[in-house]
Design a protein around this ligand. Structure first.
Ligand SMILES: [Zn+2]
Length: 567
């Protein structure tokens, strides 16, 4: 199909005057793509369904019935979906593209069952790696293994000639062999850094090789950095995986200057198939100061928005790094730890708001969530920001009295359904029977009136959004356990879950006028699915496949031969 009118048509027609000129009686506009015989789920309350959809430029210019479409554009070759379901593109509100991409470059340990399997995999890698070169792996589960971390004894014996560093699935702990500790200068007398722990053998006091939170930096600062080409390649591989699973936009949660350079290069070379809203790494003061001085970058093409700052208030619940108001139920001596104190959250938030930036702060524990809400409240009171949309990432364990504060302050609760079903085997042990009621509490959060965008937080969790939707509507693991769901009173409906991955996520990046539903004038980001998502029993969601992914009206992914367009 070729374009027959100037590229400005779709933007013109969005204007009021042009909209009048385009109304009934005029010849229908030339278009770039016409889809007919589809089951279009629009997520637009004013028109929940349609059969046909027309795209001009990168926008939806018309929705209606197949019959109307044929009458309006009798000459136009149409994509006939033969009844297949079409939904808005998924917007994943919290992702780590580069980490996912790095995992394609690093040795993947994710599905290995135990320590000996991991040691064996690394031993094999060492056999083909020149002595002295780093061996990097990713994906052992520091949450699941927190009860009994491995030591590096077997790992070091298998790899005497190579430094080895294996990052945990969620990035909250790393596992170094003896050679890596030696290169990093980590020894018995090395003090724990302020925001992390060098795990030690209780008998000898010697480091075991496990480094939690910021203690990992003792080793990672000695790693050779990725080259710009490696960074681009990793992001490109991850983005391809995203569109294959129906993600048309992502919110990148912690972005460095080299990552921004990589996105720009990929966009220039047309190698980035999806849209990105980035959260600048708030721990990098130079980066934050530079961007606050120059102001936000809002992309008129909606490909790369830079208007948000990411902070970390605490660690993770699995490794007991989340900051709690009262001690851990399974470790009475510990309340976890703050990684950014409330005062600093307040200071950066006020400055960010004054410069037109959003702030998104990672907060897992109830103490961290309260401190961030307090900091946000104070900053909102002082900065003159009309549309702040401050976010808390995860909002995982929230005290009952703090839940209503999200809606009251307009703070977005950016939550991850897969975290609940991954953490449910041990989460209650950490926080006990009372605090668990405010944990992973999507339903309570929605009922309080808060915006609740949903996300995967990949690569710690699967990026498949239908697995996330399954977790949201069932609160069960993929094997269907526990029967009836874990704390089922917090389940969402399918509609709520879908909205979380589309409209709510669009709101969280100031994009609700352009994305999140299928309406005339919005960006033509949509998916063709292997089944009607609205008619499936929950376990069937796990089998749902994306057949085609469109971003801005352009086909960016097509599975092999399952939809054959007829003309
Ligand atoms: Zn994250």
């Amino acid at each position: 199909m070729s374009r027959r009118t100037p590229a400005s048509w779709s933007t013109l027609c969005l204007g009021l005057l042009a909209a009048l000129a385009c109304s009934a009686g005029e010849a229908p506009p030339a278009i770039d793509l016409l889809v007919v015989n589809a089951n279009v789920v629009t997520l637009d309350a004013a028109r929940p369904s349609a059969e046909a959809l027309a795209v001009g430029g990168d926008r939806i210019v018309w929705l209606g019935s197949t019959q109307e479409a044929r009458q309006r554009w009798p000459e136009e070759a149409a994509l006939n979906l033969a009844g297949a379901t079409l939904i808005p593109g998924i917007i994943d509100a919290h992702t780590h593209l580069l980490s996912l991409g790095e995992s394609y470059i690093k040795i993947n340990l994710r599905d290995l069952p135990d320590e000996s399997a991991i040691v064996e995999r690394i031993r094999q890698a060492a056999a083909t790696t020149p002595p002295g070169e780093w061996i990097l792996g990713w994906g052992w589960d520091e949450g699941k293994w927190a009860a009994r971390y491995p030591t590096n004894a077997a790992l070091s014996a298998a790899t005497p000639d190579h430094p080895v560093f294996l990052v945990g699935l969620h990035g909250f702990a790393g596992w170094a062999n003896a050679r890596a500790l030696e290169l990093a200068g980590v020894a018995q007398d090395t003090a724990d850094p302020p925001k992390g722990q060098i795990v030690r053998d209780p008998a000898t006091g010697l480091p075991t090789g496990i480094l939690t939170n910021r203690a990992q930096e003792l080793v990672t600062r000695h790693l050779p950095p990725l080259t710009p080409e490696q960074t681009q390649r990793a992001i490109e591989l991850a983005a391809q995986e995203c569109v294959k699973h129906g993600l048309t936009s992502v919110h990148e949660a912690k972005v460095s200057a080299p990552m921004i350079e990589a996105y720009r290069a990929l966009l220039r070379e047309n190698r980035l198939p999806l849209r990105i809203s980035v959260m600048l790494d708030g721990a990098d003061r130079a980066l934050v100061d530079e961007w606050l001085a120059r102001g936000p970058e809002v992309d008129p093409a909606h490909r790369l928005h830079i208007r948000s700052v990411k902070l970390f208030a605490d660690g993770a619940l699995g490794s007991r790094g989340a900051a709690l108001l009262e001690p851990y139920s399974d470790e009475p001596g510990s309340r976890g730890l703050f990684t950014t104190p409330g005062e600093a959250v307040y200071d950066i938030t006020r400055r960010s708001l004054e410069r037109g930036f959003q702030v998104a702060t990672h907060a897992i524990g109830d103490a961290a969530n309260r401190a961030v809400l307090d900091a946000y409240e104070r900053a909102l009171g002082e900065a003159n920001a009309s549309d702040a949309r401050l976010r808390i990432e995860h909002a995982q364990v929230v005290a009952a009295e703090d839940i209503p504060r999200f809606a009251k302050l307009g703070v977005i609760a950016s939550m991850q359904p897969p975290h609940a079903t991954s953490d449910m085997p041990w989460a209650e042990q950490r926080v006990g029977a009372t605090r668990i009621q405010g944990a992973y509490a999507w339903r309570s959060m929605l009922a309080s009136g808060a915006h609740v965008p949903l996300s995967s937080d990949f690569p710690g969790e699967t990026l498949d959004p239908f697995h996330g939707i399954y977790a949201a509507v069932t609160r069960q693991a993929p094997d269907g356990t526990p029967a009836g769901g874990w704390r089922p009173e917090q389940r969402l409906t399918l509609d709520e879950a879908l909205r979380g991955y589309t409209r709510e996520a669009a709101y969280a990046e100031f994009e609700e006028r352009d994305k999140g539903s299928l309406e005339t004038g919005k960006l033509a980001d949509f998916l063709v699915l292997s089944a009607d998502i609205t008619q499936l029993a929950p376990p069937q969601l796990l089998e749902l496949r994306v057949l085609r992914t469109y971003v801005g009206g352009k086909l960016v992914f097509e599975s092999d031969g399952q939809v054959s367009p007829t003309r």
